[in-house]
Design a protein around this ligand. Structure first.
Ligand SMILES: *Cc1c(COP(=O)(O)O)cnc(C)c1O
Length: 405
């Protein structure tokens, strides 16, 4: 243990592919947290307080989240995934229900639906944003209305890569059938849709604070909502179903240990204080990439849509268009020691989902096309312009080689 801490080997993201490929220079990571002495002081203060869980730092972190997002309630939880689980349960999702969502997301979005014994009903996405396509959503609601009336309890739009989904239409479509909207805002802290914050646009929203997100608590997440009853349920369920008093020994309902500890909350407090700085640094890195890559033939760079009044950049993901090959570009980057990642492989094609639901190619053509063509470049608020230069030069070289020919 001493050795691991002493060596300071830098961030490691063991989530199946996020870690740099062998050969990558240690200074160029896929992502890196942006923490400094203020975070260190806060974590040490939490440690010295000797109250390491269920204390004032969590309450303060939650208070800051509600202020920043302009929502009524926030509940810190152990991860974004745990937050999705509890938010969906608060929306009344239970065994046999159906939940509409997108296949172009991190697997956690659909997994949380399965935890409740419900079934994810995937809806294809828009090519430009990777977000759930409201036209396809409307069709899916109509189909479900006939096939399984009353079984669709929720829709989970994901604000992919920080870009808010088409929420006005989604709200309108869901309202007609009394469907709850749970925003998966795990990639979108600080983004704004027509002047309103992502996470304040549905019935509840979930954020994640893994080290690659806009702010981090190490592991961690939050559920936010304006609904006081949902907030109380989430607060109870994260704490083994305890009643109001929190410390009580009476377990009113089946709960979990999904608590966010004090060290993590202290870290989150400082990160949230710094959010404007962190978001503008990320925006600057995205702009550097845009300057170097947006006129490159065969490559489509990400850009905020017309309804995105503020983009909170999560990853910088290119689309490599045919006849160029994404895989060939990725290999060339890797050969030059530059990590990159396929973000995302659509959920319906993940081995578990194929086995369980018979997912196959052809079901969601847009999500599949994005899965086959997108490539996320190293991205974080601590990246320097020089590092962006190096990555961009490698992308240019990879494309000039036209390695598919
Ligand atoms: C990060 C993320 C989550 C939550 O991840 P955790 O690792 O559980 O915090 C959920 N959905 C999406 C789309 C994400 O990017």
């Amino acid at each position: 243990m001493q050795g691991v801490i002493g060596e300071n080997r830098g961030p490691r993201h063991d989530d199946g592919g996020w870690a740099p490929r062998p050969g990558a220079e240690p200074d160029l990571e896929m992502s890196a947290p942006d923490t400094g002495s203020r975070e260190e002081e806060a974590v040490v203060a939490a440690l010295r307080s000797t109250r390491l869980s269920q204390g004032p730092f969590l309450a303060e972190f939650e208070r800051r989240l509600t202020t920043f997002l302009k929502v009524g309630h926030a509940a810190g939880v152990a991860s974004g995934t745990a937050g999705l689980h509890l938010a969906l349960r608060a929306a009344g999702v239970k065994r046999g229900d159906r939940v509409l969502t997108t296949p172009f997301s991190f697997v956690a979005t659909a997994n949380a639906i399965l935890y409740l014994g419900a079934r994810p009903i995937f809806v294809d996405v828009e090519l430009g944003t990777g977000n759930i396509d409201p036209d396809r959503l409307e069709e899916a609601v109509e189909i479900e209305r006939k096939r399984s009336p009353g079984r669709v309890k929720a829709v989970v739009p994901v604000h992919v890569f920080g870009q808010p989904a088409a929420m006005d239409r989604i709200v309108e479509i869901a309202r007609e059938d009394g469907i709850s909207i749970i925003e998966d805002a795990c990639e979108a802290l600080g983004s704004e849709y027509r002047g309103r914050k992502a996470g304040s646009l549905g019935h509840a929203a979930v954020f994640g604070f893994y080290p690659n997100k806009q702010i981090t608590t190490g592991e961690g997440g939050a559920v936010v909502t304006d609904n006081p009853e949902w907030a109380a349920k989430v607060q109870s369920w994260r704490n083994q179903g305890r009643g109001d008093a929190g410390q009580a020994v009476s377990h009113d309902e089946l709960g979990y240990n999904y608590r966010l500890d004090e060290l993590s909350s202290a870290l989150g407090c400082v990160q949230l204080e710094r959010i404007e700085e962190l978001l503008s640094k990320r925006e600057r890195v995205a702009a550097w990439y845009g300057e170097r890559l947006s006129n490159l033939e065969g490559v489509v760079t990400p850009r905020p849509g017309p309804e995105t009044t503020r983009m909170s950049w999560f990853v910088y993901s290119l689309r490599v268009e045919e006849p160029l090959s994404r895989n060939a570009v990725q290999s060339e980057l890797s050969r030059r020691g530059i990590p990159s990642r396929v973000y995302f492989q659509p959920i319906h094609l993940q081995p578990y989902y194929r086995r369980r639901f018979g997912g196959r190619m052809g079901r969601f053509p847009v999500a599949e096309a994005l899965g086959a063509s997108s490539l996320a470049l190293p991205f974080s608020s601590v990246m320097t312009e020089k590092q962006v230069d190096r990555v961009a030069e490698a992308v240019h070289a990879a494309i000039k080689r036209r390695p598919e020919l």
